[in-house]
Ligand binder design. Structure first.
Ligand code: ADP
Length: 273
């Protein structure tokens, strides 16, 4: 185990006596370091697009620039502004997830509906990145899931869009949803992307942790996606499992407890429900 840090304080305590107060501050210090790192990261992530924007604003003040050049600069500026918007929206999502209790478990959503939204999002991201990908879905189990549907969809979509972003054009992504024999719900996304070395896996869900900074940026990543997924899954009492091999690909699975899964009666075609 890691060495612990203890703070010791001496207090005068009556006639010639001294009281020694000791307090374990390991966790307090860790939390403080994490907070400082987080602020530094956010500042850095905001400063980069801002620098680009200010540079282009200065350039555009030259009124002699040809129209075509102006148009190109404006396009880059719009991209950078978009990047800041995505970052801020991910930050707000995270802070909402950290600060609020999970709304009552009364909301039930059909698995098919959750998957349909993921599919739409995956296709939209593939188009925006100009990628030809085969996205294969296995049939949805006839079940409903309880929890915050918006959060669950966003967690599932995050895994799917990561797969789209990190898989080379021309390859395939497999998405499977199952109810396991023990009643738990499992949602897995398998890709044939670059894979992730084992040493990175434990840190992957940390805010702003990226294996390859430039690749993440190029494809519009904020470095917050998996942190959001982890929070959502934990709030729902589930877990996130990651398996990956460099050069082969990665599989990300969300598991939700059986208490959140309700099988739906399958009605034979044509009969009344
Ligand atoms: P980002 O916005 O950078 O993708 P995430 O939190 O979603 O942030 O992911 C953290 C890091 O994990 C990424 O920067 C990337 O290095 C790695 N990663 C996530 N998903 C995949 C994947 N499907 N294949 C390979 N690497 C991945």
């Amino acid at each position: 185990s890691r060495p612990r840090k203890v703070s010791l304080r001496l207090h005068p305590y009556g006639e010639g006596r001294i009281l020694l107060l000791s307090r374990d501050v390991t966790q307090v210090e860790q939390a403080e370091t994490m907070r400082r790192d987080f602020v530094a990261n956010v500042s850095h992530e905001i400063r980069t697009p801002l620098t680009v924007l200010s540079g282009f604003i200065e350039t555009l003040q030259n009124l002699d620039l040809p129209l075509e050049e102006r148009r190109r600069y404006l396009q880059t500026m719009a991209q950078q502004a978009q990047r800041m918007q995505t970052l801020v929206s991910d930050l707000l999502t995270l802070s909402r997830l950290e600060g609020s209790p999970l709304p009552g478990a009364s909301e039930w959503t059909e698995v098919g509906q959750l998957l349909a939204q993921c599919e739409q999002e995956a296709k939209a991201v593939a188009v925006s990145l100009n990628k030809q990908l085969e996205i294969r879905f296995t049939a949805a189990p006839a079940a409903a899931i309880s929890g915050a549907a918006v959060e669950l969809t966003s967690a599932m979509s995050n895994l799917v869009t990561n797969a789209v972003r990190y898989t080379p054009s021309g390859e395939a992504i497999d998405i499977a949803a199952d109810v396991l024999p023990d009643g738990r719900f499992q949602f897995c996304v398998r890709d044939t992307g670059p894979g992730i070395a084992a040493e990175h896996l434990p840190r992957l869900t940390e805010r702003f942790y990226r294996v390859d900074r430039s690749r993440s940026r190029e494809t519009g990543g904020t470095g917050l996606g998996l942190a959001i997924v982890k929070h959502v899954v934990q709030r729902h009492g589930g877990e996130l499992k990651i398996e990956s091999m460099v050069g082969v690909g990665s599989t990300f699975c969300i598991l939700l407890p059986a208490t959140r899964v309700r099988p739906l009666a399958i009605t034979p075609a044509g009969s009344a429900a």
